[in-house]
Design a protein around this ligand. Structure first.
Ligand code: GTP
Ligand code: MG
Length: 319
């Protein structure tokens, strides 16, 4: 039994929060039910924080940025939670926040909560329960939730679908067109921030900023917000305050136009769809007869004796 005290969690008790997250991340069937109950109890206390997604290729400075940004937020009397989405790809090489020393200062702060996500072996394990974890942090009174993900693939879409503001960090390198970031991902951005704008890279950073500013002008401009292009030095903590002000401006504009709420409602609809898929999978795997029917039909499809459509239909009918 996990025995999670929602009241304590709501008062910001870190142990209760950590325990609740562990429960939510568990894959055991009996834990799932319990996790659902905890989430439902926490739900009335969620929705009040600002959710920010931060991505960028390995080495761009995400951890350094989040530490500087988090410390700045704490100075503004905010409570900050940092969550990591771990794509666990061989490229990323395991847990993003495995090397916690990089956020040493932030992790020592009483008003910061840092939670690395567990390494997931499987495909589709991306953003594993990050949304649920986020809600638990909100219930525990964190004002700003920072979700870090490595800019190497699918996880950005997942993260973008659960945050209010999506920020991409870039290197000061104007020559290198998209710096390994896919164009589609660039379109998710509410802001691009050129990091490492310090020392000898100052000029290059300025050029890169100009470059992306032009690129964004060519991109869409039919929304309420034109993506901003800024630069900063996470290492020297320069311009971190300006980035926070820009995000606050976004929040204000989005809230006043009603888009902030609308966006969250749409995200909830997407989430429901995702849960529905998950629950169906779970149900399919629960009974022996369903498992064997599925295996048999898969064989038939592979051998060409049954169409994928007909096979899927048979399974759904049996469900
Ligand atoms: N000059 C300079 N170096 C920086 C800056 N931000 C980060 N770095 C350095 O860049 C390296 C990578 O920084 P991290 O914060 O670990 O980068 P990351 O994006 O979290 O990397 P992964 O976790 O591997 O994806 C470190 O050596 C940092 O000290 C910056 O603003 N200026
Ligand atoms: Mg990192």
């Amino acid at each position: 039994m996990h025995d999670i005290d929602i009241q304590k969690l709501q008062q910001g008790d870190r142990r209760s929060l950590a325990k609740a997250i562990t429960l939510v991340e568990s894959k055991r069937d009996d834990h799932r039910l319990e996790a659902q109950q905890v989430l439902e109890a926490a739900l009335p206390f969620t929705g009040r924080s600002l959710r920010i997604g931060i991505t960028g290729i390995p080495g761009v400075g995400k951890s350094t940025f989040i530490e500087a940004f988090g410390l700045h937020l704490i100075k503004q009397s905010k409570k900050v939670a940092v969550l990591a989405v771990d794509p666990s790809s061989p490229v990323a090489g395991g847990s993003i926040l495995g090397d916690k020393t990089r956020m040493e200062m932030l992790s020592r702060e009483e008003h910061a909560f840092i939670r690395p996500s567990p390494s997931e072996g499987s495909l589709g394990g991306v953003a594993h329960k990050t949304r649920e974890t986020m809600l638990l942090c909100e219930a525990a009174g964190y004002d700003v939730i920072l979700v870090e993900t490595v800019g190497v693939g699918q996880s950005e879409y997942e993260v973008a679908s659960m945050v209010d503001f999506f920020l991409i960090l870039m290197l000061p390198n104007a020559g290198d067109e998209l710096q390994g970031i896919k164009k589609g991902i660039l379109e998710l951005a509410n802001a691009l921030v050129i990091n490492k704008a310090d020392g000898e890279s100052m000029n290059l950073a300025r050029q890169t900023q100009q470059h992306y500013q032009n690129a964004f002008h060519l991109l869409k401009d039919n929304s309420f917000w034109t993506p901003r292009v800024m630069s900063c030095s996470a290492l020297e903590q320069k311009n971190i305050d300006t980035i926070w002000e820009m995000i606050l401006e976004f929040q204000k504009v989005a809230q006043e136009s009603g888009i902030f709420k609308q966006h969250r409602h749409q995200q909830n609809a997407q989430w429901m769809s995702k849960l529905l898929h998950e629950m169906m999978e779970l149900k399919l795997n629960q009974s022996e007869s369903m498992r064997s029917l599925r295996a048999q039909l898969e064989q038939d499809v592979v051998q060409g004796t049954c169409t994928p459509y007909a096979a899927a239909k048979k399974i759904i009918e049996r469900l």
